[in-house]
Write a protein of this length. Structure first.
Length: 237
């Protein structure tokens, strides 16, 4: 057993994450040292920026599986879906790229623009058994100083806080919000969102912050029990 990381850009050559095989393997070394036993790999699916073809993602996933060493975490394929037209088409055709073998999927929204129908659409998805995981809610400006909105959104998705943000590496306001969401219990889970080896080292500092502030049992809940529950199809309270 070990930690389960729901968000990373470990797959090489697909987006702004690992550029090559060597970096992917160095990241897996670092993630193993962090205590991660299952690594979800979530390349961007973002129409305006990074939209690698699914065949390319599958090919890269298979290549990394073949290179993976025994001490590395196991890999689970998924994607980081941007809330855009491509994603909405996939909702309609029931082809959202989910965590493989799970009803859960990872989704992000633009930091400065809260989609007006977000909660309604996510609610509809939960009604059909899906478990939406909202990536890095600490970035979303509409939630800053609006716990009421955060609470209503949290009822229809699992909030995934970025560990480097908790340690202050994603900006001062983001750090304040990441810590706030963890402290008031709205964070469902934490993840590295690793794009490079340095992000894994920053994530270690995020785990240390949780350990010191809320105790190791909270770290285990957020980075082990909760992500396992999410992958099993549960939306944590
Ligand atoms: Fe990401």
């Amino acid at each position: 057993m070990g930690y389960v990381d729901l968000h990373s850009h470990v797959l090489f050559g697909l987006d702004d994450g690992a550029p090559d095989r060597a970096t992917s393997l160095a990241m897996l070394d670092a993630l193993a040292s962090l205590g991660v036993s299952e690594q979800c790999v979530t390349p961007h699916q973002k129409a305006s920026q990074y939209l690698p073809a699914w065949e390319a993602i599958e090919t890269t996933f298979a290549a990394l599986e073949a290179l993976r060493k025994p001490h590395h975490p196991t890999l689970r394929l998924a994607a980081e879906n941007m809330w855009d037209d491509v994603f909405h088409g996939r909702i309609l055709s029931n082809t959202i790229p989910r965590y493989r073998g799970s009803q859960a999927f990872l989704v992000e929204i633009p930091p400065s623009l809260m989609p007006p129908n977000l909660a309604d659409q996510l609610f509809k998805l939960t009604r059909t058994g899906s478990v939406p995981v909202l990536a890095h809610p600490e970035r979303y400006q509409a939630l800053w100083d609006n716990d009421e909105l955060a609470r209503s959104l949290r009822r229809v998705c699992a909030f995934q806080i970025d560990l480097p943000a908790l340690a202050g590496f994603h900006g001062r306001r983001e750090a304040k919000q990441a810590r706030h969401l963890v402290e008031i219990g709205l964070a469902a889970t934490v993840a590295t969102d690793a794009h490079q080896v340095g992000d894994v080292q920053q994530s270690a500092q995020g785990l240390t912050w949780i350990d010191k502030k809320l105790g190791h049992a909270t770290t285990v809940r957020l980075f082990d029990h909760a992500p396992r529950a999410i992958l099993a199809g549960d939306l944590p309270d």
